[in-house]
Design a protein around this ligand. Structure first.
Ligand code: ZN
Length: 113
């Protein structure tokens, strides 16, 4: 539900991608076109990659939380229906994660071009 990340294009000067300011990447020669979290100006391929990585992190975090919850409540006679729903949600999150991983792979390729 985050569609507001892709603004911040600047018609004035042409700054270049600031991806080297993140811990994960080196320098990038492409122009910075997209504002990322309001602090970095990055090129489109890097913006796509960062957004995917954020999403993967978020989904991974929710799977982790569900695992914690299931470990805490799975054997304590918690509402079966609720348990089932959490398990189902966990499955869906894992499926989403697999999908994101595929997208990440192609986003990484794009960045290297
Ligand atoms: Zn870049």
């Amino acid at each position: 539900m985050r569609r507001d990340d892709a603004d911040g294009t600047s018609p004035l000067s042409q700054p270049h991608c600031e991806i080297e300011k993140t811990p994960l990447e080196g320098e990038c020669q492409r122009p910075g076109e997209v504002s990322y979290k309001g602090t970095l100006l990055v090129c489109r391929p890097h913006a796509a990659l960062l957004q995917l990585e954020d999403r993967a992190q978020a989904v991974l975090g929710s799977v982790f939380q569900m695992d914690e919850w299931l470990e805490g409540n799975g054997s304590s006679g918690a509402d079966e229906e609720y348990l089932g729903r959490i398990r189902h949600e966990r499955e869906e999150a894992l499926a989403a994660l697999r999908h994101i991983r595929v997208q990440l792979r192609s986003a990484r390729k794009e960045v290297l071009q």
